[in-house]
Design a protein. Structure first.
Length: 95
């Protein structure tokens, strides 16, 4: 397994709590603690990642292009201006 060295900044109290766990023998060193935390975070994110993979996700260029197109439509009278959260809910329900 190849390793990459990274530098992180932590609040002092978070570092001290982590070192406390290392000193108690729960982790072999601080890097082991960080790797373990990242693994756990990845496990929790798996359902979210799978959901993203199943939907179309726009990259920044597509998103910006879509926003610009929407602005053009509003200026030309083709767009719909939603003035309240209730209007937004109704619009989304009708889609």
């Amino acid at each position: 397994m190849e390793f990459k060295k990274v530098t992180i900044s932590l609040p002092k109290n978070l570092y001290e709590e982590g070192m406390g766990l290392v000193n108690k023998g729960l982790f072999s060193n601080f890097s082991d603690l960080v790797r373990s935390g990242i693994r756990e975070e990845f496990k929790g994110l798996q359902p979210v990642i799978q959901d993203f993979d199943e939907r179309l996700i726009y990259n920044d260029k597509e998103l910006i292009s879509g926003v610009k197109q929407s602005m053009k439509e509003v200026k030309s009278g083709k767009g719909k201006i939603l003035k309240s959260e209730k209007d937004m809910d109704k619009y989304m329900a009708d889609l």
